[in-house]
Design a protein around this ligand. Structure first.
Ligand SMILES: [Fe+2]
Length: 326
């Protein structure tokens, strides 16, 4: 089981304020009131890894992930306690704990539905621990209509820019699964790559491109840098807040930011990111809720460094300017 972080709620709220975010629990009299939803505000989350108890999973090991679902519930409550709610929540894959079983998505639906009930639109894509058929069957309209057959690609037109979600899951053959498999690889595929190329060639709006895997692992890092409208790239998969700069060559000054997101509940950085759009840029603020390796550690083994990481990283803000010089 995960041990509770010594990082207090007061410190958490202080970090939220540092990120320029207003987060508070509404007083009881306002709990049922309709709160403001800001179309220029969004939450981006990844690597939820929720699911049925590990002992009931298709493949069993000695691992236990029973702490994940409560952790994700806690973070969903944090989002719902924002004074101004985001218009969208974008999910960058790995919704399932491991094997993409239908029950995992049913639990995800139950945990995330309060967001939808609050008026927030959810848009999801797949990660390497997901399976498209049960994911689409269960999450329904959270999977936006895709311009690429068989993929969960989508474009969400926000007031100031387009949010592009790519589907980087390469599914494995279920018949070949074993305890060490059940996890797909990564690829865009020819059809999605062609669609992306055509879309970027035809758009005049700024675009923030997102996928479960990094631009490097999909082989699109130079394309992202060279596309005049792509202002940045977000990914999940590594369960860590990671800041990188993509550039096409030493001879060119054109570059963009690539940022990796925390996990919502599994390990390492635990949290999500809050995205705010301005006329000339997008800002992304890190909400760091915890840090741990709960499977391998007991309370006594919890490192003081982890609490330092939470304090240092919470409220970290990065910008993605729309203007590029190509
Ligand atoms: Fe993951």
């Amino acid at each position: 089981m995960a041990e509770k972080a010594s990082f207090s709620r007061r410190e958490f709220l202080r970090g939220f304020a540092a990120a320029g975010l207003a987060l508070s629990t509404p007083p009881p009299s306002q709990e049922n009131a309709v709160r403001t939803i800001d179309p220029d505000l969004a939450v981006v989350m990844s690597d939820l890894h929720v699911g049925k108890p590990w002992a009931e999973q298709k493949f069993k090991t000695d691992r236990s992930y029973d702490y994940i679902d409560p952790t994700v519930r806690r973070l969903v409550a944090d989002i719902l306690s924002m004074k101004v709610l985001p218009a969208h929540v974008f999910i960058l894959g790995d919704v399932s704990v491991c094997f993409g079983e239908e029950r995992d998505y049913e639990i995800a639906k139950e945990i995330l539905s309060p967001l939808e009930e609050a008026g927030i639109k959810i848009v999801a894509t797949a990660g390497n621990h997901d399976r498209r058929v049960p994911m689409a069957a269960t999450l329904g309209e959270w999977i936006a209509p895709s311009p690429v057959e068989g993929r969960f690609a989508s474009v969400t037109s926000l007031p100031k820019f387009d949010m592009i979600l790519l589907d980087s899951l390469k599914e494995t053959d279920p018949a070949s699964e074993n305890n060490s498999a059940g996890r797909g690889g990564c690829e865009l595929g020819a059809a999605q790559a062609k669609w992306l190329e055509d879309f970027l060639a035809g758009t005049t709006r700024p675009a923030l491109v997102c996928a479960h895997h990094t631009a490097w692992s999909l082989g699109i890092n130079k394309q992202m840098v060279k596309s005049p409208r792509v202002c940045g790239y977000l990914h999940g998969h590594n369960h860590s807040w990671q800041e990188n700069i993509l550039f096409s060559s030493y001879a060119r000054k054109t570059m963009i930011r690539m940022v990796g997101l925390p996990s919502m509940g599994m390990d390492r950085d635990i949290g999500f990111a809050v995205l705010r759009a301005f006329d000339d840029r997008v800002e992304l603020a890190q909400v760091e809720r915890d840090y741990y390796f709960p499977v391998k550690t007991s309370k006594e083994e919890r490192l003081p460094l982890w609490d330092c990481l939470v304090k240092e990283r919470h409220g970290r803000k990065v910008s993605f300017p729309f203007e590029k010089k190509i």
